[in-house]
Design a protein around this ligand. Structure first.
Ligand code: PGA
Length: 245
């Protein structure tokens, strides 16, 4: 069975105080959210501890936005798996295009981070996706095939979420047409050894396009950036209408 996983990616937003303020508005709206759905908040490292304490016993799972491959060591600025699991973190985003683009993340380091996340009991959310230039050149499938081949070497597909995030759709308001996202996600699934991996769509997901996105048969959830920062819009996304299409 493929699980529905909807995750907020706060990126570099929200202090501890702002995170707590978010929860105040957000938690009551979860009462309407289907129990079968996994709800995840991927917050900055500094907000994880306070969120963990306040989410204890709730259905919201906590996620980080990066993890190093070693348990400890001389890696200034990095965070390890044990540091995350100790405070109750369950998920971690790996290989987001912003990390690949601005911080020199490569398929090799993505692979190391994925394996480390699993080794320490975290579920990685692996992000893949093409740039506008690659899409226009007809390279979407070949690029994603290459990313998956390199990123997933020796990765356990029993404990994995994938997010298809076309780079040109991230933060632009320019959502990928849901049927096209469905097609690419089907192509991603055809490359996996485990057909039950949940595959999300990410890139300008909003309350007004979530119903159509979730109506696509291959799409198992969403990775939501900007629209996860406001309690009301993230709640509307979680409470999407199931019979749209
Ligand atoms: P966006 O970001 O929803 O703001 O486009 C998505 C993401 O980068 O995960």
């Amino acid at each position: 069975m493929r699980k529905i996983v909807i995750a907020g990616n706060w990126k570099m937003h929200k202090t501890q105080a702002e995170s707590l303020e978010f929860l105040q508005g957000f938690m009551p709206s979860l009462e309407e959210t289907s129990q079968e759905q996994e709800v995840v908040l991927c917050a900055p490292f500094t907000a994880l501890n306070v969120l963990s304490k306040n989410l204890h016993g709730s259905r919201v799972q906590l996620g980080a936005q990066n993890v190093h491959w070693e348990a400890y060591g001389a890696y200034t600025g990095e965070i390890s798996g044990p540091m995350l699991t100790e405070i109750g973190v369950r998920y971690v985003i790996v290989g987001h295009s912003e990390r690949r683009q601005y911080f020199g993340e490569t398929d090799e380091t993505v692979n190391l981070r994925l394996k480390a996340a699993q080794r320490y009991g975290l579920t990685p959310i692996l992000c893949v996706g093409e740039s506008k230039q690659q899409r226009d050149a007809g390279e979407t499938e070949s690029l994603i095939t290459m990313q998956l081949e390199k990123d997933l070497v020796d990765v356990d597909q029993q404990n994995l979420v994938i997010a298809y995030e076309p780079i040109w759709a991230i933060g632009t308001g320019d959502t990928c047409e849901p049927k096209e996202a469905n097609r690419v996600i089907g192509a991603i699934r055809s490359q996996l050894t485990n057909p039950h991996v949940s595959i999300q769509y990410g890139g300008s997901v909003k309350p007004d396009n979530i119903d159509e996105i979730m109506a696509q048969p291959e799409i198992d959830g969403a990775l939501v950036g900007g629209a996860s920062l406001e309690p009301a819009s993230f709640a509307q996304i979680l409470n999407y209408k199931k019979d749209a299409g």
